[in-house]
Design a protein around this ligand. Structure first.
Ligand SMILES: C[S@@+](CC[C@H](N)C(=O)[O-])C[C@H]1O[C@@H](n2cnc3c(N)ncnc32)[C@H](O)[C@@H]1O
Length: 241
């Protein structure tokens, strides 16, 4: 299954054994690249920034972010190293290792400190959507230790009700788990971070930003077009087709 073409992989289910399907619905591969990169730019990303792509998978973000950043500035962490291998093989090309010197880790302990680097941004797209409370708390705690003073942790999550029970299992994949918002806000607070939901578009989850210093948070109203792609029509086709 791993050798299927991009077109043939479109029919696979999320979680299937192909680099475009394992990380989510294959038809959303492009959109999730845009949404993550667009959010980082909206938050002020510069080419000299250090970025940890936590749970980087098959480089849905990395395939655009690694070329943009200066050499040595991209860090990707994912215990499923085959996803990184396939992302490099089919999206960026292996030569990017020498050109941009991305660093990778297969650490599975929800530990952002493994690179011994302080980050301007940590992106954890669709990670705590599958993680248990101990894992989510470990991610938030270690992110707090690894962010620069003005660093930002951006993550997507499934927003439950206040009455939603905490997830019972450690890692549920590809099934999603919801969190009660108050638990997330309190866990962030315990580790010196402020939790803020933002309206940046996501097709199946909610985005949140975690920062040490509340003044780093953007005014939501200034965040450009809020990430929702403008509807397209193609030349040669009618607008309604
Ligand atoms: C839904 S995918 C999202 C991947 C990527 N963030 C993206 O947006 O394409 C979840 C990712 O979490 C990774 N993962 C599983 N266990 C993990 C762990 N202990 N630490 C970090 N990532 C993990 C999976 O391998 C998978 O790549």
């Amino acid at each position: 299954m791993r050798s299927l073409s991009i077109e043939d992989a479109e029919t696979l289910e999320p979680g299937d054994d192909h680099y475009r399907a394992y990380v989510g619905p294959p038809g959303r591969f492009g959109l999730l690249t845009q949404l993550q990169l667009g959010l980082l730019f909206a938050l002020g990303l510069e080419e000299t920034d250090t970025v940890l792509d936590f749970g980087c998978g098959s480089l849905r973000l990395g395939r655009s972010l690694i070329p943009y950043l200066r050499p040595g500035c991209y860090f990707g962490l994912d215990p499923n190293l085959w996803l990184i291998d396939d992302g490099l093989a089919h999206e960026t090309g292996e030569a990017i290792r020498a050109v941009k010197q991305p660093r990778f880790s297969g650490d599975a302990n929800f530990d952002c400190t493994v690179f011994d680097t302080r980050f301007d941004f940590i992106m954890a797209q669709s990670v705590i959507t599958h993680a248990g409370p101990a894992q989510t708390a470990a991610l938030i705690e270690s992110a707090s230790k690894s962010l620069k003073q003005d660093g930002v942790l951006a993550l997507s999550y499934i927003r439950g009700e206040e009455s939603t029970p905490l997830p019972g299992a450690d890692w549920t994949y590809p099934h999603n788990v919801a969190y009660p918002p108050a638990w997330l806000e309190e866990t962030a607070r315990q580790h010196g971070l402020v939790w803020r939901d933002i309206s940046w578009f996501h097709p199946g989850a909610q985005w949140a930003l975690l920062v040490r210093d509340e003044t780093r948070l953007p005014d939501d109203a200034t965040m450009g077009l809020h990430g929702r792609p403008t509807p397209r029509w193609r030349a040669g086709q009618s607008a309604t087709s």
